[in-house]
Design a protein around this ligand. Structure first.
Ligand code: SF4
Length: 361
């Protein structure tokens, strides 16, 4: 048997259960429905999967010039904008406090899987803030256990993660990326990552150990800006030994960290391309370093906001599509501004499942 329910019927059923009177029934049936769908999943039944297969077989060559429907292979879901930090360059700020009900978020993730999603990254704001990490844990578990996604990852500032979370959900998580912009606590405070008496760097070392203990691949993200551009991080990064060290050039996004309606003014954090190159040159001995200049970041991420709307950054600000919960993935993604070639060029596809990483735990 290839598939128990045709995709369209499954999506309609899921939609019908959004009505309040049917909500409690939905809560009971949802796990069963997802399980049935996942249990009888056959690679290639969803439209996205079919496109991936055709592309691999070279049958869509004529469409390679730009008309090819976009497959949401790797999605960044910023399900909350709330955060306990106040980084001065933040480019996804607390403009709303909205978070989808858990079952609605699961429905959207199911639709994305149907459309070809292989990797989901949960981000924010700070994703561990909502319901003390339980909301995030439930989504991580759902994506690995029910949707069988090859890769489930999180980007967090790391300040709110408890060991209990690893005990409960570590099995379902492939990669945990922790933001760290400096190993000098004073610089962290200048950037806005100060948390009173808590030391961001000591916390990083604790998280590194937990990732090892609970078999989660550990990654570090750093935003290079005016305050850390001259720092030498070679020693500390090598000691922490992440699977990847993503190094971003500080980016201005209108409406988020610059412009009249923004919650931040990040101009004073911006560095030139040359300064960014100098930082990279100083750290060229770190083999896991993955650089992302402003140019590489541009249009190469599929970003979903808290309403599950794709955010189009082509105009230098984040213009939202309709929600995938209202119009479906295929319709909404047309307005995502996503450039699949830029995604591939920046190395967006990599070994992203911990089962394939062959780590020495
Ligand atoms: S930790 Fe991340 S989401 Fe929070 S303020 Fe800093 S950059 Fe923004």
């Amino acid at each position: 048997m290839r598939m128990l329910l045709p995709s369209a019927l499954a999506a309609r059923l899921l939609g019908a259960f959004r009505q309040p009177l049917l909500h409690s029934l939905w809560r009971g049936l949802a796990p069963l429905l997802y399980w049935l769908r996942a249990a009888f999943w056959w690679p290639g039944t969803g439209k996205g999967q079919q496109r991936v297969r055709e592309r691999a077989e070279g049958r869509q060559e004529e469409e390679a010039d730009g008309d090819l429907p976009i497959t949401p292979t790797s999605v960044n879901y910023h399900f909350t904008r709330q955060c306990n930090y106040r980084c001065g360059f933040c480019f996804h700020t607390a403009k709303t406090s909205f978070v989808l009900p858990l079952e609605e978020a699961k429905r959207g993730l199911f639709l994305l899987k149907e459309a070809g999603m292989e990797k989901i990254n949960f981000s924010g704001g700070e994703p561990f803030l909502q319901d003390r990490g339980e909301y995030l844990g439930q989504l991580v578990k759902f994506c690995k256990q029910e949707l069988l996604l090859p890769s489930v990852s999180i980007v967090s500032n790391g300040s709110l993660i408890r060991e209990k979370w690893f005990r409960d959900y570590g099995d379902y998580l492939d990669i945990l990326a922790i933001s760290c912009d400096s190993f000098d606590e004073e610089v962290n405070v200048l950037i806005g990552r100060g948390q009173g008496k808590k030391n961001h760097v000591e916390n990083l070392q604790k998280l590194r150990k937990w990732c090892n203990d609970y078999r989660v691949a550990f990654k570090i993200n750093s935003v290079i800006n005016r305050f850390n551009v001259d720092e030498d991080m070679n020693e500390q990064i090598k000691a922490l030994n992440p699977v990847r060290w993503k190094v971003f050039q500080c980016l201005l996004i209108e409406g988020e960290n610059c412009g009249d309606d923004a919650l931040r003014e990040a101009q004073r954090f911006v560095i030139s391309d040359e300064e960014f190159e100098e930082f990279l040159e100083r750290h060229k001995g770190v083999s896991c370093l993955v650089p992302e200049s402003n140019q590489k970041m541009k249009d190469s991420y599929l970003i979903l906001d808290e309403y599950m709307r794709f955010l189009n950054c082509r105009s230098g600000r984040k213009d939202p599509s309709m929600s995938i919960l209202d119009v479906g993935v295929e319709e909404a993604i047309k307005f995502s501004g996503f450039d699949e070639r830029m995604f591939l060029n920046r190395g967006g596809k990599y070994v992203w499942s911990k089962a394939d990483l062959k780590l020495d735990w």
